[in-house]
Design a protein around this ligand. Sequence first.
Ligand SMILES: Nc1ncnc2c1ncn2[C@@H]1O[C@H](COP(=O)(O)OP(=O)(O)OP(=O)(O)O)[C@@H](O)[C@H]1O
Length: 336
Amino acid sequence: MTDPLLDIRHLTTEFQTESGTVRALKGVDLTVESGQTVALVGESGSGKSVTSLSVMRLLARSGASINGEIRFRRRDGVVIDLAGESEAGMRRVRGNEISMIFQEPMTSLNPTVKVGAQIAEAARLHLKVDRREAQRRAIDMLALVEIPDPELRAEIYPHQLSGGMRQRVMIAMALICRPALLIADEPTTALDVTVQLQILSLIRRLQKEIGMGVLFITHNLGVVAELADRVAVMYAGRVVEQAETSEIFKRPSHPYTRGLLSSMPVIDYEARERGQLPRLREIPGSVPDPAVPPPGCAFEPRCSWRLEACRAEVPPLFDVGGTHRSRCLRWSDLDG
Ligand SMILES: Nc1ncnc2c1ncn2[C@@H]1O[C@H](COP(=O)(O)OP(=O)(O)OP(=O)(O)O)[C@@H](O)[C@H]1O
């Protein structure tokens, strides 16, 4: 059996702050296979972005320390541990083997450089092609992400494009090296719903064409239902449940997942046609402060299924069946 494309094992990420150590990730386990889309869902502050930034090792400036393993299978089949990779090694991985797209394209686009030249730069850097070839590939990429008149658009600056078009440019830049893994952090949240659906279907099409794995961070369960093969639900720095998407919707086996789903409106396909996606609503209470985590299960203070035993220790990941795992002592009571 080949190794997974991405295999995160017991990842802990800590920040030193003035008020002490903040353990943002407390042992995250997560895998993404080639060609698979895994949605990472959970409320604000649960650790989704810190997970992706840890994989990309983009937290050095904030003084984060990372422990655990981030095993990544390179194109040549060699498995490396990104957690221990040098900065020079990471520069060969970022934008080449693993790319990332964000909610706000201007965080990755340079406002002073023409669109085509920016995309071409990634190709020159990693694919070692000359300027003319890189420009040609950049224009091909603009066409692939369905930007009309790609030769003309290559010559303009990012601010001259609409939000949706900028998002397409960022996707073109992220995918020009045909990465094995794309990390998408809420890439469509800031866009209006019709454009969101267009971008999502674009990502899905390109994923099939390139055969890449996608780790898709979202608040939106409608997006999950549309796009994901698997779902990992995060709560307070841990993955509390993971399973195939249909399993998560049919048999949620963690009270937090049940809470997320019960607050989700039924997917209305006619509404979808009108470009409306259901949004995830809030569960009463809030994510615990990572500086003062509760003992035992972090969801216990908000949980209507709690037992005395839930306060004693952090529950392990129980095997619900197949590849479905839940970090709840009462997973079997929740079934059905
Ligand atoms: N640079 C930092 N210094 C200290 N704490 C941080 C830092 N970055 C993130 N954190 C903390 O880590 C926790 C996880 O944050 P993260 O941004 O990953 O959450 P998230 O699930 O992505 O939320 P959102 O959906 O709002 O983006 C939060 O409690 C946050 O305050």
